[in-house]
Ligand binder design. Sequence first.
Ligand code: CTP
Length: 408
Amino acid sequence: MSPTPALRGKHIVLGLSGGIACYKAAELARALGRAGASVQVVMTEAAERFITPMTMQALTGRPVFTSTWDAREASAMPHIALGREADAVVVAPASADFIARLAQGRADELLSLLCLARPAAACPLLVAPAMNREMWAHPATQRNVAQIIADGAVVLGPAAGDQACGEVGEGRMLEAQELCDAVEAAFQPKWLAGRSLLVTAGPTYEAIDPVRGITNRSSGKMGFAVARAAAEAGARVTLVAGPVHLATPQGVRRIDVRSAEQMLAAVLPEAPQHEIFVATAAVADWRPARHTEHKVKKDGSGRAPALELTENPDILATVARLPMGQRPWCVGFAAESQDLVRHARDKLVRKGVPLIVANLGPATFDRDDNVLVLVDAQGERELPGADKLTLARLLVQEIAARAPSAAA
Ligand code: CTP
């Protein structure tokens, strides 16, 4: 099942100011289009030195605006018309000079003029800085960035790394997909604003010797989707991840672990610091009773060596038993191969948690889609088949409605 186009029906003004990162804006225009948005590009004169309006027109299917004096708008006021049509204005790349212009409220060219003239309450401004690391670190730029944030802009990045100028440092524009994800996030309702959520994800790996181990089938995708959806919904999110190859969602703090014991050790000090705990991890139920320092060799007898196992701690049940005041509101997952609701209800009681999210494990491993059944004391509710991010967003909404707020 392909993901629901999260930006369907949204109209984005994509503004380009001057910088080599303009080449990434071409990719961003495509990513926004793939996510369902219509994209209107506006370029400064400096941006035209780096990429042609023709390229951006071909990618978006719309002629590009570059001048305040463009007569194509019937009203002859493109700075007003473009801003009124837009659901968001995204400036990527935003040069040091352009950020300075925003901070001052300048209006002598089309892009800064339309940023100033847009209806700010209805049309968020997202700004993706891109510049040399010295320019980014300069107090003048930092002052300007602080000013535009205070004025309501959302600043995305920048990232650290190799720069076009050959230097290494902070100032690189985020990648196109990261920016597209951030635009999606800007449109998500803030169900968890001011709240905090801890999530475990992925499998655990229990070493037998240095080259072999026991693990569970789990891609970590559902847990990472929950972390992303919670962050998009405004929560402070900590993600404790077993061994998976997945990128950390933006704005999420990640702690990597390998074994169940390491996962428990990471979770225990974090649990009292969070209001909500979501255990999506497929924790290995057992680990080898003894860890062997060197590789276990065949002895030529044809017999396999005896493997004694010992049970792992139950992380969810341990957190659910923490004393009041230290215990977050707990959500468990149940991956079953049959009798979904019966097993889920059994886990609800056995683990002492208010909500279990059940899914058929073998049907969802490694896949991007899933069906979830929410089981609590009141009954059952199915979240019908969808991609994992869509389901995670619905789940976050359900959790927000059920979990009592510390502030309440
Ligand atoms: N869980 C956990 N620690 C464990 C085992 C499970 O935190 N040692 C959590 C999982 O993250 C999940 C829930 O408990 O939220 C249920 O996990 P699941 O593997 O479905 O159930 P088990 O408790 O392992 O029970 P069984 O193997 O009998 O299905």
